[in-house]
Design a binder for this molecule. Sequence first.
Ligand code: GLC
Length: 416
Amino acid sequence: MRTVSLDAAARELLEANTQTAVKDGRTYTFSVPSPQAYPFQWFWDSCFHAIVWARFDANRAAEELRGLFAWQGRDGFIPHVIFWNRELARRNPNYWHFRESRPWLRRPKTTARLQPPVIAQAVERVVDAGGGDPFLRETIEPLEVAVVALERARDPDEDSLLTIISSFESGLDHCPVYDYPHSLHVDDADPLQPDPSWTLRREFINKLFGHRASVLSRVRRTTHEDVHFTSIYAQGLRSLSRLAERAGDDSLSRWARDKAARVTEALMERSYDAREGLFWNLVGRREEPVRVKTIVSLMPLILEDLPRTAVESLVEHLANPEEFWLDYPVASTARDEPAFTPGRTRLIWRGPMSMNTNWFLAHGLRAHGYPDLAESIGDRSRELVERHGFNEFYNPLTGEPVGVETFGWATLVLDL
Ligand code: GLC
């Protein structure tokens, strides 16, 4: 009974957040993360929406992803935010903030940044849910192009770890890992505090250098070889490998599988701190490790070939009530970090739990043989959605909702 009503509520929310827009004479249909706060199409949000839509309606799920593919650039990238209707967008304060990343267009329709590449996972879900071979044929080539683009442009030192040039590209905007090399104190995480000035400076410099990771990683100490982004990329390579196999493209399938294995090896060799049992982001040319315990450090748990020792250490941290396993797990920043802020704040990802990272981790835990932990995450997440609705975040100590209401990817709770 309970599951039925959650299902219905999730579908209702994704329908209520649905918009349509026209490009080159064709109408696209997609769900926005939140009609008030985020009234545009966001890349990884739409991938999550498609994963949930696939449970109800494979065609609608496919359509959600077509809205993203429609904006794939000549460089192969699919942007982080698509504004679609510029006139409507201009009325939203977020437009002025996000459009900043496009230097050469006065009224851009997209940003110039990326978000974690979870699109192959979403396509695989839609294909399996009924999109079938027609959707596979339609998407396999653009998927390959997107993956190759990432490898070319975002791995300038060719070590198989991908570089992000802005914390917005991690999708974990103000997560304290990205404070480095600045230090933002807990007091700064005040509800009225605007984005810190160094965030804006960083975005401006990215523009000046044309968002080129190859240059920025040499001259800046703000680019990250990012554990979270790279783990999602590697998981996506495995989806791409299975999709290519189904499409009969053996060489793409083999390439993607081998590449995924190399990425896991690279994470183990370069980002893993065996003494701490955690993975650290590496910053700038000198690859300085950022030793701040956040959800970023746990994300390699989603890799099926992660060596057992690393899995066990990560699970120890994840299940530790002094760190990530609070009453409503999984905290986005560990409780014993000075930056931990569990409640409402203008700066996000500094403690509150989010349903999309719970989704990644619950699946990872199950795959590595921890069904009880996965089940607890699922139970407590469902409890919160039933009590407070679909929210952007929840306070991991009290369960109170944090951030925006009627939030799209919170519907992933159905898939935990
Ligand atoms: C916030 C989140 C980001 C998300 C966006 C739209 O910026 O940090 O991950 O994509 O909101 O929901």
